[in-house]
Design a protein around this ligand. Sequence first.
Ligand SMILES: [Zn+2]
Length: 105
Amino acid sequence: MCHRPVRTCIGCRTARPAVEMVCLIAPGGKVRLVRRGPGQGAADEAAGERGRGAWVHPRCLAAALEAGALMRAFRRRVEVSDRETLLAQAHAALGRFTDGQGDAR
Ligand SMILES: [Zn+2]
């Protein structure tokens, strides 16, 4: 089977395959989404370059923002300048995984 990297969601604290989540980084304290290329490893590389990345399910992101989970994940003060846009980008990036219904056939 393919190797599937597992990450822990900062929202629900569940370890899940990284493909179900989006990666957030906070260069300069400004949170933004890592855009993934065709290769799923891109987010890891970007996160590694810019410091620690935070992984979260799109559906957990709103709760994570409310709970201050991002500040815990990054271990410093970070700010989200446009929460609505961030949420929209997260959902758009992973649209078909958001409900986790497997989509197997
Ligand atoms: Zn989650």
